[in-house]
Design a binder for this molecule. Structure first.
Ligand code: PLP
Length: 403
């Protein structure tokens, strides 16, 4: 029989399937609220103005070339990313307790972290706990790396806010020394983040139980427009003395989606531990990608290393996060003034790229089939897909299916 005959069909990826369906729909009213990528007010992809400037600088660099990067990646990027995540004055950085390796965007950072933890986790049978719900790829990445995956409660599906009691209970009830995957900010898919006080409670319980924090940070600066605020949780855990890993993506906050630009950071208790940890991360990365991609790293590194460009980048992020906030408030206002059954305050209260609307799978199906409105089966919309040209239509369509 054929060698490949024993390969079963893989389950379809919800988001990728949705984008195929949406692309095939040529209706004039179509609105794609599926994919998590920023769109401007005319529904177009947006190259950040600061990235346009960086492109010109990279293109006109007389020493520019297409050589391989080193195994750790581009220092302009990795050093800049370290300061961005932990703060320029972070004691962990000055004490040389941080190692940063460039990765294939956030997904690659998650995968390197997952493989590293699979080999070196303590105890060897520790499971990885993910939020219920979480980014669909987390489970897939972790299971592909060979982890046992368990869930902690996160979303209160009644209020569409944080189930902090359930979350703390589950972190307490887990065996000691488990790995806990946390979204640093702008939780995907819910848009629900813990408050600063809640992060402190989470840190308390994790310290009590000896859990290891593994942060996924895909939206720093994109959530609130303030890179420091969006790094609050990570910096809190570092200040509390945790060792940890952070997977960082520059896809959303620099608009570098397809350039696959990201980093993985490891913070150790002691500078003496960095040598071995960095050698293993380098080895794993070498075995899978050899070296990371150069172009996006040069663009992001240029922005991070130049004060003027950095300031412009912060403004560009402010523009994205403000537009998204306006769309959240605009959708809530429209649903409230239409008298749409339900409380739509959560749409404005949630943060980041997504809103967890509370629409049922059945309502999502009707919106897609009868209104050409595309969102994931769990009722998540990418708020960045809304604009002044389609928001009235979207509100009326939601109103119609909810009644
Ligand atoms: N982690 C989360 C929570 C995400 O939402 C995403 C993107 O959707 C990623 C990681 C990784 O994205 P990328 O690999 O494009 O950086």
């Amino acid at each position: 029989s054929p060698y490949f005959a024993n390969v079963p069909q893989a389950p379809a990826d919800g988001i990728l399937k949705l984008s195929v369906l949406s692309k095939a729909d040529s209706d004039a009213n179509k609105v794609d609220l599926g994919v998590g990528a920023y769109r401007d007010d005319s529904g177009k992809p947006w190259v950040l103005p600061v990235i346009r400037t960086a492109e010109q600088r990279v293109a006109s660099d007389p020493n520019g070339n297409h050589e391989y990067l080193g195994v750790g990646g581009l220092p302009a990027l990795t050093n800049g990313a370290q300061k961005l995540i932990f703060g320029a004055d972070s004691p962990a950085i000055s004490e040389k307790r941080v190692y940063t390796i460039q990765t294939i965007s956030g997904t690659g950072a998650n995968m390197v972290a997952a493989v590293f933890l699979r080999q070196f986790k303590q105890p060897a049978d520790a499971a990885v706990y993910i939020s219920k719900p979480t980014w669909g790829n987390h489970r897939s990445i972790l299971q592909t790396a060979g982890h046992e995956v368990r869930e902690y409660r996160y979303c209160n599906y009644g209020t569409l806010g944080l189930d902090i009691d359930g979350m703390l209970e589950d972190l307490r009830a887990a065996p000691r020394n488990q790995i806990i995957l946390l979204h640093a900010c702008a939780h995907n898919p819910t848009g629900i983040d813990p408050t600063e006080a809640q992060w402190q409670q989470i840190a308390d319980v994790m310290a009590e139980r000896g859990h290891f924090p593994f942060f996924d940070c895909a939206y720093q600066g994109f959530a609130t427009g303030d890179v420091d605020k969006d790094a609050y949780a990570i910096r809190l855990f570092v200040a509390r003395g945790f060792e940890l890993l952070v997977a960082e993506s520059f896809a959303k906050n620099m608009g570098l989606y397809g350039e696959r630009t990201g980093c993985l950071h490891a913070v150790t208790k002691d500078a003496a531990l960095v040598g071995a940890v960095s050698s293993q991360l380098n080895r794993l990365s070498r075995a899978t990608i050899s070296t990371a991609s150069a172009y996006g790293a040069k663009l992001a590194g240029t922005v991070l290393q130049d004060q003027g460009l950095y300031a412009e980048w912060v403004e560009n992020m402010g523009e994205m996060s403000r537009r998204i906030k306006d769309m959240r408030e605009g959708l809530r206002d429209r649903l409230q003034s239409l008298g749409t059954p339900g409380d739509w305050e959560h749409v404005a209260r949630q943060i980041g790229m997504f809103s967890f609307t509370g629409l049922s799978k059945q309502q999502v199906d009707v919106l897609r089939d009868s209104y050409h409105l595309y969102m994931t089966d769990d009722g998540r919309i990418s708020v960045a897909g809304l604009n002044s040209g389609n928001i009235d239509y979207v509100a009326r369509a939601i109103d119609a299916v909810v009644r």
